[in-house]
Design a protein around this ligand. Structure first.
Ligand code: PMP
Length: 384
């Protein structure tokens, strides 16, 4: 090992000691119950859906597996335009822009839009992709305590007169605590202070709202949220992301957004699949209802017997156990019982709040929720 590699080895050893070493795992086999992936509507493995897609597209050669260039060059296949039109129609907004991933969206949008005399104010627990975007932006950013709108208002009062434009950034459902943002309360502040609202609906698209458009649809405020971002990589069983916005914002981003301009577009075949799913999104209401139902059952049961904190109110159900080691232990125990639930450790979450997070899927049956409950009961009994 040369000195360069030795230095890397040392850092890796420290991660191992702190029980937060990461490695690339094989996905769980069918024998394990998957409560770790983000396939919230359970659409990913439905053979009839895939068959129907290929029947609808018999000449697959029309849908290349590569865009072969940036959308700004030759990569802007007609599937993009069709899907963006569909998105704008569904959300009843002027425009939509498809991006390669939620990560590309969150790193690229604000870093393009913000100028140095602007300010970003974000919830303390927003996703790493957003934080990377703030770091790339040429303006300052400050954070308000998680879901604490009093703190947000204090910051708005303090900064309103000193910055040209303020962007408030949050998520509708938070991935670590599984809690839901009160959008009406946020919009009341927006009315008072006139900021630009950026809402990441990564964990809500497909899952919430009558048409599955997310929490902004559910709260009937699709028009009021300036910038709505979501990913196709979770409930929609695809890949890529979208921004819903006004036309002027889209035109600006097409000119300025580096993570759109300087990267190869998504494969057209993938965009066609996204279109196919989006077209029937409103028909998955039974799946959304079932997901709500099993979420309620699991959360109710956990409050009855568990000594662990179970924050949030959504289909993302975290069981907070404390140290990284405890989270690994619980995850290992569950795996021995046929349940694939991964630990979320510090530094991804604050120290002492390591957890095992259950992401529920609409394809899960009640009996599988019961298996989960019984395994957790047995684990907690063993700790006594
Ligand atoms: N935003 C949030 C809130 C997320 O949780 C994630 C992914 N975990 C992303 C954005 C990134 O989305 P993608 O996987 O499409 O890059």
């Amino acid at each position: 090992m040369n000195t360069f590699e030795q230095a890397l080895q040392q850092e890796l050893s420290q991660l191992k000691e702190g029980k937060n070493h990461r490695f690339l795992k094989s996905p769980p086999g069918k024998e394990l119950l998957d409560v770790s992936s983000n396939d919230y509507l359970g659409l990913r493995d439905l053979p009839h859906l895939q068959k129907e897609f290929f029947e609808k597209h018999p000449d697959i050669s029309l849908f290349p597996f590569s865009a072969s260039s940036s959308r700004l060059l030759t990569g802007n296949h007609k599937e993009y335009l069709k899907t963006e039109e569909l998105l704008a129609t569904l959300f009843q907004r002027e425009a939509a822009l498809i991006l390669n991933s939620g990560y590309h969206a969150n790193t690229g949008i604000l870093s393009a839009l913000c100028h140095k005399d602007d300010l970003i104010i974000a919830d303390k627990m927003v996703h790493a992709s957003l934080i990377d975007g703030f770091r790339l932006a040429s303006c300052d950013f400050v954070r308000f305590k998680h879901q604490d709108f009093k703190h947000l208002e204090n910051l708005l009062q303090r900064h309103a007169s000193t910055h040209k434009c303020i962007y408030v950034v949050t998520e509708s459902i938070f991935s670590m605590d599984g809690d839901t943002t009160d959008l009406q309360a946020l919009l009341a502040l927006k009315k008072k202070y006139g900021f630009i609202l950026y809402l990441d609906e990564a964990h809500a698209i497909g899952v919430r709202g009558d048409k599955g458009l997310g929490c902004a649809e559910e709260a009937q405020c699709l028009q009021a949220v300036d910038l709505i971002v979501g990913t196709f990589g979770k409930a929609l069983a695809s890949q890529g992301a979208y921004l819903i916005c006004n036309q002027i914002v889209k035109d600006f981003l097409v000119n300025k957004m580096r993570s759109l301009i300087f990267t190869t577009g998504l494969p057209p075949v993938n965009v066609a699949w996204t279109y196919f799913i989006l077209k029937q999104l409103s028909d998955f209401q039974n799946r959304r209802n079932h997901l709500q139902q099993i979420t309620q059952n699991l959360r109710n049961e956990l409050t009855k017997f568990s000594n662990f904190a179970v924050p949030g109110d959504s289909h993302i159900v975290p069981v907070v156990v404390g140290s990284n080691e405890q989270a690994e232990n619980l995850s290992g125990y569950l795996q021995s019982k046929g349940i694939y639930a991964l630990p979320i450790r510090h530094p991804t979450v604050p120290k002492g709040t390591a957890r095992v997070r259950f992401t529920l899927h609409a394809g899960m049956e009640e009996s599988q929720i019961n298996l989960l409950i019984e395994a957790l009961k047995a684990y907690e009994a063993g700790l006594e």
